[in-house]
Design a protein around this ligand. Structure first.
Ligand code: PRX
Length: 638
């Protein structure tokens, strides 16, 4: 099978000390969940606070599954109030570090105070249960505070990533028909100011549902405030009461909307429901990150994405964890900012993205080596397949060969991690996301929905409901059914390719639309990219399928070289040979182009769709999620 040889790069057992202290110590958890799915999740739900216990754990009204039906719960209460009558009251909930170097810590009690005050502010602006509130903020404490304040009163938040343009913000406000927008004067990114208020004003030129804009003062530059509409956060907070009871919500009430790109230009409003979401993120945070009270946990994602919602805000806070939150870029002011933060706060668990790790590799080992990273005990990755070589670098250089790595597969739609190692018991293979979380049934099927033999690539589907699953697409239940439940009967269609190896390990192969078919052989773009990245000269690579007269599809590779290497014909030959050697002749790239940057979304995913469109002369479509336009220009010119 092509690609098999690049995948087996050893097996890694959890260190014995880790194993002994781990929350999950035994494989029996898988059987337990399989034997009684509802009982397994009910037990987790029982660890949280309910105003009224559910009548039924799961209502199977396919495909509109509903969890903890009849239960009354509040997510904000579970993240805050639940800890206040325990010793955690004075424990750090959020340790925040600003990009310029300022920092702030909120204990659970202080966070509760701020959230309650802001919840009262929202009420005073006329926000009621079920109303939508759009939040467009940098990574500052006011962002989780605003989210938890919405959750407290039952308003539905829609966080729009601070890197999105005015147009993208406008589309999302209008789709949600939000009543209030929460933004800031600006945010810091790589030493520059992102003009959030200016973007907001532009967005609001055509967003009639917005009645008020609450503006956080972050950068302090002069911004126009529209009389009657715009209000300063600090003015509103001055006189707000810190007493605000959490609203008992139906378990099935929406908690938030989060927009994500689909295959069409129009973003999809993924709706998550209160009870199931909080139970799912609570338990996965606890088991996957082995989250304990002594931990200092840092997820480097932006809260504007699902990773930040589930694994900075709701999951960890529901566990009463101490969470580090960082405002800025990893290379500001220097390439060692992340390592400086790990050392400064004694971070024990680090959860980041493969794209960030590849950047660290490019910048060189000397940067992490400058710092004491010995506090780390667990590493995680999310967002894209991790190349085995990148995994090994992370394991060796950052983890000092003593930290398990949890490669966690999930999606905006799934709300919580679905395929992942459990760090105290799983024997890891670099590049594999291990196997489904207890209670999750995942399969790899062909286009007719039949399971493919072990070792073969196919479509990844989920065959059992899970608590944090999306409830619907906002105002579009038909699209929800069509998009996720119409391809394979009775199963949730992930849109990802995968294969399961002989040992039952899952290998994610990227989006299905990124799978290339060369002479009838299916190749994951990721397999070819992994092969390229395993060459000493390559920092990063993206591969797209291009039309080919004989093979059906050929392969075009875009390659970013490590700083000390220069493009040459010899290197091109060498890279082609290398891929042939690693995967087989079938995977030899037809074209290799050298670029300085790959077109990426702001969350770091390579936008192969754009590269493919340019290559095949098609319209490049919606580019609102693109990080830098210059990268498109480069690809066009090659
Ligand atoms: O293709 C998979 C990839 O990211 C997609 C989901 O993207 P998004 O909704 O933006 O959520 C990202 C954060 C959860 C998936 O369909 N993906 C995510 N995690 C992994 C991954 N691919 C491989 N391995 C992963 N660990």
């Amino acid at each position: 099978m092509p690609g098999e040889e690049i995948f087996e790069k050893g097996r890694f057992e959890p260190p014995s000390e880790f194993k002994e202290k781990a929350i999950v110590k035994s494989e029996s958890i898988y059987e337990e969940a399989e034997r009684d799915l509802e009982g397994f999740w009910a037990k987790a739900a029982d660890e949280l606070h309910w105003f009224k216990k559910w009548d039924r754990v799961l209502e199977r009204n396919h495909p509109f599954y509903r969890w903890f039906v009849g239960g009354k719960i509040n997510a904000s209460y579970n993240c805050l109030d639940r800890h206040l009558d325990t010793w955690r009251k004075n424990k750090a909930a959020i340790i925040w570090e600003g990009e310029p170097g300022d920092s702030k810590t909120y204990t659970y009690q202080q966070l509760h105070h701020e959230v309650s005050k802001f919840a009262n502010v929202l009420k005073s602006l006329g926000v009621k249960k079920g109303d939508r509130v759009t939040i467009y903020l940098p990574m500052i404490p006011e962002l989780p505070i605003a989210m938890l304040a919405c959750a407290r009163i039952g308003a539905i938040h829609s966080v729009v990533f601070g890197g999105f343009s005015a147009q993208a913000l406008q589309d999302r406000i209008n789709d949600a028909e939000a009543k209030v927008l929460i933004t800031a004067d600006g945010g810091y990114r790589r030493g520059k100011i992102v003009p959030l208020k200016k973007n907001s004003d532009e967005a609001l030129e055509n967003a009639p549902s917005i009645e008020h804009v609450v503006v956080v003062k972050r950068t302090g530059e002069d911004v126009p405030m529209k009389e009657g509409r715009d209000l300063w956060w600090h003015d509103l907070m001055k006189n707000a009461s810190h007493v605000c009871e959490a609203e008992p919500m139906d378990s099935t009430d929406p908690l938030f909307i989060l927009y994500t790109s689909g295959t069409t230009g129009k973003p999809k409003g993924v709706v998550h429901l209160t009870g199931g979401y909080i139970v799912g993120t609570y338990l996965t945070s606890k088991y996957v990150f082995d989250l304990k009270d002594e931990d200092i946990y840092w997820c480097t994602a932006d809260i504007g994405w699902i990773t930040g919602h589930s694994y900075i805000v709701y999951g960890p806070l529901a566990n009463g964890a101490t969470v580090v939150m960082y405002e800025g870029a990893p290379d500001y002011p220097q390439y060692d900012r992340f390592w400086e933060i790990v050392e400064k706060y004694g971070v024990t668990i680090l959860y980041t993205a493969p794209t960030a790790i590849r950047a660290f590799i490019k910048w060189g080992e000397e940067w992490p080596k400058k710092h004491d990273l010995s506090s780390l005990r667990l590493l995680g990755t999310v967002g894209e397949p991790i190349n085995p070589d990148v995994w090994l670098w992370y394991y060796r250089v950052i983890g000092n060969e003593k930290c398990p790595i949890v490669d966690t597969w999930w999606q905006t739609e799934t709300g919580m991690i679905l395929i992942t190692p459990l760090p105290g018991i799983s024997v890891l293979k670099p590049g594999s996301a291990y196997r489904p979380f207890p209670g999750i049934k995942a399969e790899v099927v062909d286009d007719d929905g039949n399971p493919v033999p072990r070792g073969q690539a196919g479509n990844l589907v989920i065959k059992s409901p899970w608590p944090a699953m999306l409830g619907t697409l906002y105002k579009d239940p038909e699209r929800y059914k069509r998009q996720y439940w119409s391809q394979v009967e009775g199963a949730y269609f992930t849109g990802d390719g995968a294969r399961i190896d002989e040992d039952g390990y899952f290998w994610l192969l990227g989006r299905i639309d990124d799978v290339i078919n060369v002479s009838g052989h299916r190749l994951g773009t990721m397999e070819v990219e992994s092969a390229l990245v395993s060459h000493e000269a390559v920092a990063e690579a993206a591969v797209v399928g291009i039309p080919h007269e004989i093979k059906g599809q050929g392969i075009a590779a875009y390659v970013v070289l490590k700083e000390e290497f220069k493009p040459s014909d010899d290197l091109t030959k060498d890279l082609k040979m290398h891929v042939r050697k690693v995967i087989g002749p079938i995977a030899t790239p037809d074209e290799i182009h050298y670029v300085d940057k790959l077109p990426k979304t702001r969350s770091g995913k390579i936008m192969r769709r754009i590269m493919r469109a340019i290559k095949t002369g098609k319209d490049i479509g919606d580019v609102s999620t693109l990080e830098e336009e210059a990268a498109i220009k480069e690809v066009r010119e090659k």
